[in-house]
Design a binder for this molecule. Structure first.
Ligand code: PEP
Length: 253
């Protein structure tokens, strides 16, 4: 079964010490209440996962990690294995974020191996793909997405365990976003590729990420084949993040 829509996930990146993070989570927990019709998740730094498990207890908020290693254990100083994250309370993990691809030289094969490790550990894998600004300007967006989808998604992917996040690199943290038509084209393309490769490709969650905020969420989340959002900066404010989630609730739902 795939995840309930909208799927709105907050990537805190390398932000947050215990005090401010507890307050932010508490505020979000109050807003979310006891149950949700969609899926709302936070991805704090790994140092906070143990505490965050307690903070979200009794709430529907999903807890995820921002990265994992491809191996379950070994001589990899400073890295964290998927089973460790699962043990500490994460139920999901982001892999292939453009900041990992860019600053840690992670290519599609590495991202795929990490996603396989996540699935093996019982974690939902949120797999990020997206073109650079140079590729966008050269009209190569769809080619890039095709390559990344092919290379980064495990063959064992299914809609219950994998979410694809389309994040144009040039839109992350810049305040710039593609037009709704461009988002629709990219998401439609990703949907077609998923359908061609996986029996339940039509049911995969496809998230848009890149400068989503309360002000533009309604328009972006209304685009065809946009099942939710991966939110960076705006997820650091509980009310703004909640407003993004609410913007994705279909009228009458
Ligand atoms: C992200 O880092 O995944 C992201 C989408 O960041 P921002 O919302 O800040 O652009």
């Amino acid at each position: 079964m795939s995840l309930a829509r909208p799927i709105v996930l907050g990537n805190w990146k390398m932000n947050g010490l215990a005090g401010d993070s507890a307050a932010r989570t508490e505020a979000l927990k109050e807003l979310a209440g006891a149950s949700l019709t969609g899926t709302l998740g936070i991805f704090p730094p790994a140092t906070l996962l143990d505490r965050a498990r307690g903070w979200v207890e009794g709430s529907p908020i999903l807890l995820g990690a921002q990265d994992c290693h491809a191996k379950p254990s070994g001589a990899f100083t400073g890295d964290l294995a998927a089973p460790m994250l699962r043990e500490i309370g994460a139920t999901a993990v982001i892999v292939g974020h453009s900041e990992r691809r860019q600053y840690h030289a992670e290519g599609d094969a590495t991202v795929r191996a990490k996603a396989e490790a996540a699935l093996e550990a019982g974690l939902l894998a949120v797999i990020c793909i997206g073109e650079t600004e140079a590729e966008y300007l050269a009209g190569e967006t769809l080619d890039r997405l095709a390559t990344q989808l092919e290379g980064s998604l495990p063959d064992a992917s299914d809609a219950a365990r994998v979410v694809v996040a389309y994040e144009p690199v040039w839109a992350i943290g810049t305040g710039r976003t593609p037009t709704s038509e461009e988002i629709a084209r990219a998401h439609g393309f990703i949907r077609d590729k998923l359908k061609a490769r996986f029996a339940d490709g039509g049911a995969f969650g496809i998230l848009y990420g890149g400068s989503v905020k309360a002000e533009n969420a309604e328009e972006i989340l209304a685009v065809d084949d946009v099942d939710g959002a991966l939110v960076g900066g705006a997820s650091l404010d509980a009310e703004g993040f909640w407003a993004i989630y609410k913007a994705g609730i279909a009228p009458g739902a």
